[in-house]
Each structure stands twice: as structure tokens, then as C-alpha cells.
Write a protein that binds this ligand. Structure first.
Ligand code: T46
Length: 133
């Protein structure tokens, strides 16, 4: 059975000063965090991603603004809107993903389980299908 990407809500610490939200590796999210990157200043109408991974697990959070994530694990397709900093998408490597509908103020934070490795990307949908069927 394929691991399913899932949406999680995490709690926030709020007081009269505002809010603070924390993510701990192997605790809040189910992997150790080896790499952090963020996507911002995305131009209107842009769609990014178009790949799956061999092993990298990721956690996606829209720290500001919003965007939508298209997921496809060949058994099902989902569209997930990330629009608040306490909503986390745990993205499994076996999900083909595309990100779109970025608001101009969107800052998409990504926490990854592995260091960057171009060889970990499956960028050909036909190859993705053949590996997963
Ligand atoms: C993913 C989605 C959610 C690096 O040099 N190191 C890195 O760690 C990353 C993530 C990217 N790059 C370079 C590779 C490209 O020249 O930055 C450039 C843009 O990366 P890419 O075209 O892969 O960006 P997206 O938005 O298509 O995908 C990214 C992640 O790469 C990917 O793992 O799952 O965000």
C-alpha cells in the first residue's frame, strides 16, 4: 500500500503579543529535518513542481498567503489548499505534486528529510507511472 500524504493542523501559542507556532523533527512531523527551503515571489499563473521523489519526505506550510497543491499517487488525486501557518501538508515521496494558485504574498516553507539531490527527483510522468503500477 502506498503511503498517503496527509494534512495536519498544529497548535499555536497565542497570547496578547500574537502567535508562535513550533515544528519539531521526529515529533510534530514524522521525520528528521535535514533541509529547509522556501518559495516566494511566485509570479501570477505559475505552476511549479511536476515531480515525485524516490525517498525525500517533505512538510509544506504556507507561512503567509496561500497556494494549492495538486497530489497524484495514481490511486487518487487531491487538491489541497494551504492558507494558514498552522496547516501542514506531509508530502510522501510517492505523490506526484504540482503547486499553483500562489497568492502574491505566499511564502511556502518546505522542510525536507534529505539533503538536496537532483537524482531523487522523478520528473517524467510516464516513468513515475511505470514505477508505481
Ligand atoms: C519539491 C517542491 C515542493 C537547490 O539547489 N537545492 C534545493 O534544495 C532545492 C529545493 C532546489 N534547488 C535548485 C534546483 C533548481 O535549480 O533550485 C531550483 C528550483 O528548484 P525546483 O525547480 O526543483 O523547484 P520546484 O518548486 O519545482 O520544487 C521544489 C523542490 O525542488 C521539490 O523537492 O518537492 O518544491
Amino acid at each position: 500500500l502506498k503511503a498517503r500524504s496527509k494534512l495536519m493542523m498544529i497548535s499555536e501559542h497565542g497570547d496578547e503579543r500574537g502567535y508562535l507556532t513550533v515544528i519539531e523533527g521526529n515529533k510534530t512531523i514524522p521525520f528528521e529535518i535535514k533541509r529547509v527551503f522556501y518559495i516566494y515571489g511566485t509570479k501570477e499563473g505559475i505552476r511549479r513542481g511536476f515531480h515525485a521523489h524516490y525517498k525525500t519526505k517533505q512538510a509544506l506550510i504556507a507561512l503567509s498567503g496561500s497556494c494549492t497543491i495538486h497530489l497524484d499517487n495514481l490511486e487518487r488525486k487531491d487538491e489541497i489548499k494551504l492558507d494558514c501557518p498552522t496547516k501542514i501538508l506531509i508530502l510522501e515521496p510517492n505523490d506526484w505534486h504540482e503547486m499553483y494558485d500562489f497568492s502574491v504574498d505566499c511564502v511556502l516553507l518546505v522542510l525536507a528529510s534529505h539533503l538536496y539531490d537532483a537524482e531523487d527527483y522523478i520528473r517524467d510522468y510516464e516513468l513515475f507511472k511505470s514505477l508505481h503500477t
